[in-house]
Design a binder for this molecule. Structure first.
Ligand code: FBP
Length: 262
């Protein structure tokens, strides 16, 4: 972890990472609730919203669309990923190098590590190459730290999520993205374990605006620096409206009720 390395994908030390790697990770099914969002152009436009501090995409989308948006969007290039068609032990193919990401104009790299998977050792080694490559090009390093695999009975438990946060710090991430552990107290523990590395909570699918914003607000109160969110934004009928509310909750620390009334 390098102090200030993530400044270029944060605003006042906070971040809202709009995640849009779902076409690879989950497939077209994720676009069904809001079919317009199958078109990457719609998401690049959304990423220009003032609340969004970076857009996380895979290489193919960055090659095709980023040149038109580089003035308005900070690029967080995901260097590995797996499709839902893969049925094996959790693993993620490295499909891009840090050098190539820098050539595309990335401000940061993103990398998934499945601690506890039978593939943890090779994933940690792959992360090392990506992390060191990012340092050579002054790009921030964001780890999707998702412990899971056959050795883990409850990958959503607060202890496991705190361990995931700590893995990020130990391996050199500037920002660690973890699943929300269910309470502000548990999130606070994960933040503490990550030390100086920033912690952002990962999204999921919550249809209730207020309940979703309450989790985000709890995470911020617990010391998280923001959110990495995909479906909770682009699967909503009015993605801009929830981004307006997230702007208020994350950056102005406004209460969810008030944020929704804006
Ligand atoms: P969501 O906000 O839609 O949950 O996206 C966050 C994210 O980390 C994506 O970047 C990724 O595609 C997805 O979750 C992977 O989630 P999982 O591996 O749990 O299916």
């Amino acid at each position: 972890m390098l102090p200030h390395a993530a400044d270029n994908i944060e605003r006042d030390g906070k971040s809202l990472i709009l995640a849009y790697d779902h076409g690879l990770e989950h497939g077209p099914v994720d676009f069904e609730p809001n079919p317009d969002t199958a078109d990457p152009e719609r998401i690049f436009e959304l990423a220009a919203h003032e609340a969004v501090t970076s857009l996380a995409v895979q290489k193919g989308l960055a090659e095709a669309y980023y040149p038109d948006y580089e003035d308005d969007v900070n690029l967080l290039l995901k260097l590995n990923g797996t499709s839902n068609l893969w049925m094996g032990e959790p693993n993620s193919a490295v499909n891009c190098t840090a050098e190539y990401a820098a050539g595309l104009g990335a401000d940061a790299i993103g990398f998934t590590v499945y601690g506890g998977s039978n593939h943890e050792v090779e994933m940690a080694e792959e992360f090392r190459r990506a992390q060191e490559g990012a340092r050579e090009h002054d790009m921030a390093v964001v780890m999707w730290s998702y412990p899971r695999g056959q050795g883990l009975r409850n990958d959503g438990s607060p202890d496991v999520i705190s361990y995931g946060a700590r893995l990020g710090l130990e391996l050199g991430a500037d920002v660690v993205k973890v699943k929300y552990p269910g309470s502000a107290e548990a999130m606070g523990h994960a933040v503490e374990m990550a030390g100086p590395a920033d912690v952002v909570m990962s999204g999921g699918t919550m249809r209730d605006d207020k309940a979703f914003l309450r989790n985000v607000s709890n995470a911020i109160d617990a010391g998280a620096t923001g959110i990495a969110v995909g479906r909770n934004v682009f699967q909503r009928e009015e993605p801009e409206r929830i981004l307006d509310a997230l702007e208020a909750v994350i950056f102005q620390e406004v209460e969810p009720d008030e944020a929704l009334a804006i």
